[in-house]
Design a protein around this ligand. Sequence first.
Ligand code: SF4
Length: 345
Amino acid sequence: MIEKAKETILNYKGAPLRIMEVCGTHTHEIFRLGIRSLLPPQVNLISGPGCPVCVTAVDYIDKAIYLAKKGCCICTFGDLIRVPGSDTSLAGARAEGGEIKTVYAPSDAVKYAQENPDKQVVFLAVGFETTVPAVCLAVEEARRKNIENFSILAAHKTMPAAYQALKGSADVFIYPGHVNAITGNAVCQRLREEGVSGVVAGFTPQELLMAFSVILTLYPKGEPFFKNCYTSVVKEEGNIPAQKLINKVMEPCDSLWRGLGIIKNSGLKLREEYALYDAEKKYSVPDIKGTPNPACKCADILMGKCKPPQCPLFGKACTPLKPVGACMVSGEGACSAYYQYGEKI
Ligand code: SF4
């Protein structure tokens, strides 16, 4: 099957097409596995906005730094610490005495809050549908145990509205398998009805080769298509208990995306009943407007408008050791993938 998929890819003689890997992990895996080298020259791969750290706006980083400077202990996944805000990063805030703690799960932050009742612990809740259930569980746990010194700074993103904003930026989407595992495929089916083609892909060499082979078989037929190429994990209806949990704890809200701007109903915030765990309300966080570095092209990269090596700072002023923008910091960022694997354009 793998050999057949490879053959289909290598023998593609159809029209040029642009394929967007919506998910940053796909970008890295496709590079790492050498799949780019199999693709014919008329197949153009574009990186999309599916990296949680990359799409988190500068405003959010500034708010997290504001809370750290107010004396809150900030708990976060590691990547976010080095993302530049307007003036500094969370790493900079830490160097100035702020307590910034790396955690591996939201529940670690709840535990830390329970063990340190004198501290105000804020978890930085970013990411897509994939990470939301664990955050909801953490909030529920804090509520059940009456842990009142725990809260979250929420900037969760949801994909359906983002796909609408991305329409036209690629001919075919490779949808993020882990997101579809939670949401199911209804949104992709609707997009197909609206003329948008895509496949859901897994992350192993076999799964990715199958996905490309399906794309290069179906695209020349000229009809919009959708195919689930990750059936071992993604069910049509998604993960119903996770959907119910999200719906219980959170509700849709407009959300600011780096690059894509404010997209209506593309985020999640805590419902009013959980306001005690909403750091923005709890600490009356002001409406901070961040200022991204004007030379950084992360916004265009996340929209598929340019590729990392087209940024004048790429590999010079901006490297993984000294990142200027979020896309170079994150392990799922497009700039870090291009830097690590060395493709020019
Ligand atoms: S190379 Fe650096 S400065 Fe340029 S777009 Fe990427 S992250 Fe931003």
